[in-house]
Design a protein around this ligand. Structure first.
Ligand SMILES: CC(C)(COP(=O)(O)OP(=O)(O)OC[C@H]1O[C@@H](n2cnc3c(N)ncnc32)[C@H](O)[C@@H]1OP(=O)(O)O)[C@@H](O)C(=O)NCCC(=O)NCCS
Length: 185
């Protein structure tokens, strides 16, 4: 779906939240690669972002055209500082009531309220779709993200032991969280 809104930040800056389209493919890929290299809390290593520009452009166009999906870019001026999204969990009738959420912000922009603004927008917009629950997975040690999710009402419903294995041989458990969207206009 399409989205476009300016949001004031506490530090006096302005955040532009807008849906990403094919024209944003280069910036979006660069941000995904960079954030992957800045944290152990995402599923891929930086060098595993192997999507071509054409593939990324096609993906962003498809997402922007889909009324059940939102790929949001968070811009400070012309700079893409982070991305957040919701997508249907699966394209089958028995999973149509579930959407999954993801969020990733460049380290230089953490702690400015961008994560909060993205979360609020994703939740507001997913409520306009038929989704009844919003789901996510987060590395158990990612306290900052878990606090953010809990602030918006997400609750833990399971843990996946050793879901990630890092290249140094260590593991990370993941926490599965969900937000019940029913009867919450
Ligand atoms: C987790 C993540 C999304 C949080 O985003 P963020 O933009 O730093 O989040 P916010 O700034 O909105 O909120 C984080 C904290 O900063 C505080 N904060 C918000 N605005 C602030 C401001 N202007 N000045 C100082 N602190 C502020 C919030 O109160 C919050 O505090 P808390 O510690 O009590 O929760 C971000 O760190 C990130 O992308 N990390 C890497 C990828 C990742 O882990 N993604 C999640 C995968 S499941």
């Amino acid at each position: 779906m399409k989205f476009n809104k300016e949001i004031p930040l506490k530090d006096g800056g302005t955040l532009l939240l807008r849906s990403l389209g094919a024209q944003d493919a280069q910036q979006a890929l660069a941000v995904c690669r960079k954030t992957a290299g800045e944290t152990l809390n995402l599923i891929r290593y930086e060098d595993e972002w192997t999507m071509t520009l054409e593939q990324e452009a096609a993906y962003l166009k498809k997402t922007e055209d889909d009324p059940k999906s939102l790929m949001l870019g968070a811009f400070i001026g012309d700079t893409l500082a982070g991305v957040g999204s919701f997508l249907p969990c699966a394209a089958v009738d028995r999973a149509r009531h579930r959407a999954s959420l993801g969020i990733s912000i460049l380290k230089a922009y953490w702690g400015r309220g961008i994560g909060t603004a993205i979360m609020q927008t994703l939740i507001d917009e997913v409520k306009k779709t038929a989704a009844e629950q919003l789901e996510l997975e987060v590395v158990a040690a990612n306290e900052r993200a878990i606090r953010l999710y809990e602030r918006f009402g997400f609750v833990e419903f399971a843990r996946h032991p050793r879901k990630l294995k890092y290249r140094d041989g260590t593991y990370a458990d993941m926490v599965l969280m969900m937000l019940d969207l029913r009867d919450k206009a």
